[in-house]
Design a protein. Structure first.
Length: 657
């Protein structure tokens, strides 16, 4: 008969094999060797380097507590790592509660032992559970320790968590103090895995950035050095996180001219916070988080406080500027493409797990938010131009997020299948995007001329019917239903919104080629609005251009000269022709009226034409957003005001009637 779980009912005698003798009691460090994953997350490369981090963190705790200012990290041949600090040195006197053992041996052989529980020896520290050094000892084939304390040098050696020598007095020493731990991870646990010099070097550099008062001297065996890892280096960064951020984003365009950075003490001496934050024009951002110099890649409560301070501060600035759209900005809009670093030092932090990937101390949220909010407000108020650009950047990302939520993009075709391209598209022959161009022209007539004038190898032509939809004032439904824009999106191949992928762009350059008159300028403005709103990355990368077709052809004595506009016509009449010459002046009604040979010569041939690149200068972000809203948005009163303010600047002679 089966019970509810589908098993036979228990019968007498069935459990006789399970008795008291099956209950194991693991002593000392045996639990660590039996289940290393419980203490360092596994036995892979990350776990191996976790051992190094534990020992370096102990040395950093001495520095942060103000007892050391120098740490030496040496990676030797044979997978040996040595870490030395010039701090107080681990106590070596007999432990008052564990008879027969020194405090040093208790720390290295007993779980949950150390000087960081009471808070008396360290105000803030990265090690709190009292298991770091003992776990490293347990998982090392050999560990050697030297303690220079009270002008005396003490030494002891261990193997797999057990002492192999007694604590020895190695004699007086007068020019040194602190602790040195040299160890080799146990191959029985980690196999043939070895420390990576580049990874340890990055760890040491990050520690030096996190605490500007420490100097870390790095050395490695010359055979382990490389272009990325010097054999020797002194790592000291007085600028702290600001220096680290400058290196991390070097060469990348930023929304703000300089990062926002600083350091602040928490109220009632509960710790301190340091930060450096910037915003990137292109590419993915990052937010590196630390607590007591320990990396917390999964974030936690300090990250929540940081996000709250910045979002609330920017929204409040938007309210002061009477910008209603600021209310829709979220943390992801503001920080999603941000590049930042945040480091907090707090007493008795709580982490999620021994690997300390996430900070869970609830008070960290309040401490960080209250410390940074006022400082962020002051930074915004102190530089209105930068603040306006940052606000425009966040609003732009918020609107893009909301638009993606509503938008249902044309399905992406598989790369293994032939793309279904718009019927009016005259594609180029070259399959790769490199060196190719897509010309967007107004109407079938202009399209016919352009198709005859183009270089079929590299130039494609897509005629568009009339004035396209103004995406700045249209709803998402209208955008999805507009056939001209659907054709354009299909031709480009890179998708829009959340399905945008620059790698799928089918052309290296997009050229807007419209008539050289007011109507043509209007169509060009509508197309630029489309790219600005729906495909801003193409604009940021400088892939969108404006062709410069001529408006006039000047002919005399079998010679032709082209002029862009009225002013250019008058200038060339004087410069290119002799006085009194009879010059025939022809005005092109549109690109469709131009002979293909003339269109090629003046506008499409890369050797003779000129193009205007459409750009978005980071410092003009706020002004661009303001103009786009005024001239192309849904509020006609803004356009009316713009016309009133600028009408007097228009030269009536240049108005095309």
């Amino acid at each position: 008969m089966n019970d509810l779980f589908g098993r036979d009912r228990l019968q007498p005698g069935r459990d006789e094999s399970y008795s008291a003798k099956d209950i194991e009691v693991l002593e000392g460090l045996e639990p660590v060797r039996r289940r290393p994953g419980m203490y360092i997350g596994g036995t892979d490369e990350n776990a191996l380097h976790h051992l190094a981090a534990e020992i370096i963190d102990n040395a950093m705790d001495e520095a942060v507590a103000g007892h050391a200012d120098r740490i030496e990290v040496t990676l030797e041949a044979g997978n040996w790592l040595a870490v030395r600090d010039n701090g107080r040195g681990i106590p070596v006197d007999p432990h008052p509660k564990v008879k027969g053992l020194s405090a040093l041996e208790v720390i290295l052989t007993t779980l949950h032992s150390g000087g960081k529980f009471s808070g008396k020896a360290y105000d803030t520290s990265g090690g709190l559970h009292g298991v770091g050094s003992s776990v490293v000892n347990a998982l090392s084939e050999r560990l050697e320790v030297e303690v220079a304390r009270d002008r005396t040098l003490w030494t002891q050696a261990y193997s797999r968590g057990k002492p192999v020598t007694k604590l020895k007095n190695a004699g007086p020493i007068h020019n040194r103090r602190g602790t040195t731990i040299r160890f080799r991870p146990d191959p029985e646990i980690f196999g043939e895995q070895a420390f990576k010099a580049e990874r340890l070097y990055r760890l040491c550099r990050s520690k030096a950035y996190l605490y500007r008062g420490v100097e870390i001297r790095w050395r490695c065996d010359p055979s382990l050095a490389s272009d990325a890892v010097p054999a020797e280096a002194v790592l000291h960064y007085p600028g702290g996180l600001k220096d680290a951020l400058d290196v991390a984003i070097e060469g990348r365009a930023q929304v703000v001219p300089n990062p926002w950075h600083g350091m602040a003490e928490f109220p009632d001496r509960q710790g301190r916070v340091e930060w450096a934050m910037s915003w990137l024009e292109q590419g993915e951002g990052f937010l590196s988080l630390y607590c007591n110099t320990i990396p917390t890649p999964q974030g936690g409560t300090h990250e929540a406080g940081f996000r709250n301070a910045l979002v609330k501060g920017l929204r409040a600035y938007g309210e002061l500027k009477k910008e209603k759209r600021a209310a829709q900005v979220t943390a992801e809009d503001l920080l999603g493409a941000g590049a930042g670093m945040l480091s907090v030092f707090i007493r008795e932090p709580h982490f999620q797990g021994q690997t300390k990937d996430r900070l869970t101390s609830p008070e960290a949220t309040r401490l960080v938010e209250t410390s940074l909010r006022d400082r962020f407000d002051h930074w915004l108020a102190g530089d209105p131009a930068t603040a306006d650009n940052l606000l425009a950047y966040a609003i732009e990302r918020a609107e893009d997020r909301l638009r993606r939520r509503e938008q249902k993009d044309t399905p992406r075709k598989s790369a293994t299948r032939k793309l279904r391209l718009p019927g009016k598209l005259a594609d180029c022959a070259r399959e790769s995007a490199e060196g190719t161009e897509l010309f967007l022209v107004e109407g079938d007539s202009a399209g016919g001329s352009a198709k005859q004038a183009r270089d079929r190898e590299t130039q494609a032509v897509l005629p568009l019917k009339g004035k396209i939809l103004n995406v700045a004032s249209a709803s998402a439904d209208k955008l999805r239903q507009n056939q001209e824009l659907k054709d354009l999106i299909e031709a480009l191949g890179c998708g829009v919104g959340e399905k945008f992928d620059i790698a799928r762009l089918r052309y290296g350059r997009v050229v807007i080629m419209t008539d050289a008159d007011v109507d043509g300028a209007h169509i060009a403005a509508l197309l630029m609005t489309f790219f600005y709103k729906e495909l801003p990355e193409l604009v940021r990368q400088g892939r969108v251009h404006l062709a410069q077709p001529p408006l006039y052809r000047l002919q005399a004595n079998g010679r032709s000269v082209y002029a862009q506009d009225d002013a250019d016509r008058e200038r060339k009449l004087k410069k290119e022709f002799k006085a009194g010459a009879k010059v025939e002046v022809s005005r092109f009604k549109g690109l469709g009226e131009m002979p293909p040979a003339s269109l090629k010569e003046t506008t499409m041939d890369p050797r003779r034409r000129s193009l205007l690149r459409v750009i978005l200068p980071p410092e003009e972000r706020a002004r661009t957003a303001e103009l786009m809203e005024a001239l192309m948005g849904r509020r006609p009163e803004l356009r009316f005001r713009f016309i009133q303010e600028n009408a007097a600047k228009v030269d009536e002679a240049e108005v095309d009637v």
